[in-house]
Design a protein around this ligand. Structure first.
Ligand code: LLP
Length: 421
């Protein structure tokens, strides 16, 4: 990724970010196609020689332009709702490249996904398994399913994005999964022949992956010894990215894949991966302008035109995002609390962050904003959803227009027609 913040001309994939912001306004999400492509290719290169499919976790960035780009590069989708199924199909991702995860798949969602002919359901509870069996039977079709194992492993990440501990709502214990397989013959319309595991997100150490995969591998060997064929193992997502230069040290994709392959030595079925953040996180920046500098009694505030509704991660998880001034790197440094205009104290991107001294109108970029940025945005405070663009080789393509006020209120109406339920 070309990110020349030290040059007076700040560019991303050879597109001048100042010109882009002037033309399209701020806040503006900008995604580097080159960076996404490089990540896909790094993972694909590490997987060469295996029967593997990368299914992008749509929740990380559900923009149809981004999903279409994934599809063009041979990447499928990991979905968690009917809405994500719809988006993935709209973006051209074929159903046989779609896996469905999540603890709360409704009967309607299961029906739709089955009707679409998706590759596989990652089943997270016995009730869901029975629902899948019932729906598949009524449709006269066979559902392919994997059990999501909760390996009770600490992902060593933020508690709110940790999913593989026994106390978490995700997946089932190996004991429970064992019972499912023992009763497999009762499932006339579910082909239970896969294992799935996803222990959390923003993982920066190989060890939790290693532990989880070793537990899954031991279970796979046990199942095969008992005569249960396992045709697919899904290693989930979770690969961390760099939010704070010099502080976060992401795992190399090749090392990660080697860890998975090592644990699963001898497995000759299909390997599935569900990376989200790894593919798009560092590819994205959120461009934002300084509305004003406010000198408080105790500190200086940099008030931006981006807010927690555009990028919720700092307020939700106290997440750090590097923030850079696009021009003006020779100015003296000042410490700021960097905040948005939303009426909440939590609308804070950074506290006591040192930046070149800023003035109203200055253009900043909030980095590593490509994952869980736009996809988690809201219109809180009636702020329109930000525009999104992809950049590549000196050109840009709009992938989301800035929302209008009319679009914000579409569907709302005055309470004029009172009816009885
Ligand atoms: N597979 C499943 C079943 C998942 O639940 C997730 C993410 C992924 C794959 C992709 O994980 P990734 O590779 O992106 O780490 N909003 C939070 C992250 C929530 C992750 C939820 N599940 C954040 O902004 O940090």
């Amino acid at each position: 990724m070309t990110l020349a913040t030290t040059s007076p001309l700040a560019t991303l994939d050879d597109v001048d970010l100042r010109a882009l912001a002037a033309r399209l306004g701020t806040p503006l999400y900008v995604y580097s196609a080159r960076s996404i492509r490089e990540r896909i290719q790094a993972l694909q290169a590490a997987l060469r020689g295996t029967d593997a499919l990368i299914c992008f976790a749509v929740k990380a960035n559900s923009n149809r332009g981004v999903l279409g780009f994934m599809h063009e590069h041979g990447v499928g989708a990991d979905i968690v709702s009917a809405g994500e199924l719809w988006r993935a199909l709209q973006a051209g991702i074929p159903p046989e490249h779609i896996v469905f995860s999540g603890v709360g798949k409704s009967e309607l969602e299961i029906t739709e996904a089955l009707g679409a002919g998706i590759l596989r359901f990652n089943v997270e509870s016995h009730d869901e398994l029975l629902t899948l069996q019932r729906v598949a039977r009524s449709k006269g079709t066979i559902a392919r399913a994997a059990v999501r194992i909760n390996p009770d492993v600490d992902a060593l990440t933020h508690a709110k994005i940790s999913t593989g501990k026994a106390e978490n709502k995700f997946g089932v214990s190996i004991d429970e999964a064992r019972r499912w397989f023992a009763a497999r013959h009762e499932l006339s319309h579910v082909q239970l022949d896969g294992l799935h595991v996803h222990i959390g997100s923003q993982i920066l150490s190989l060890q939790p992956f290693q532990e989880a995969m070793q537990r899954v591998a031991a279970f796979w060997r046990e199942l095969v010894a008992q005569g249960h064929p396992i045709n697919s193992i899904d290693a989930g997502g979770g690969l961390g990215v760099c939010y704070r230069a010099g502080h976060d040290h992401p795992i190399d994709a090749a090392d990660y894949v080697a860890t998975v392959r090592e644990a699963l030595a001898g497995f000759d079925g299909r390997l599935l991966f569900e990376p989200g953040r790894y593919l798009v996180g560092e590819a994205g920046v959120l461009l934002t302008r300084v509305i004003r500098v406010k000198h408080g009694d105790q500190r200086d505030f940099l008030v931006l035109d981006a807010a927690m509704n555009d990028l919720a991660r700092p307020s939700l998880y106290d997440a750090w995002h590097d923030i850079a001034l696009i021009d003006g790197e020779h100015r003296p440094m000042t410490a700021y609390d960097i905040v948005g205009p939303v009426c909440e104290t939590g609308d804070t991107f950074a506290r006591a962050r040192t930046l070149p001294t800023c003035a109203a109108g200055d253009l900043l970029m909030i980095r590593t904003a490509g994952a869980y940025g736009a996809s988690m945005a809201s219109t809180y405070n009636s702020r329109p959803l930000a525009a999104e663009v992809m950049v590549d080789k000196g050109r840009y393509a709009m992938v989301r227009q800035r929302q209008t006020f009319e679009e914000i209120v579409a569907g709302e109406q005055l309470a004029k027609h009172w009816e009885t339920a």
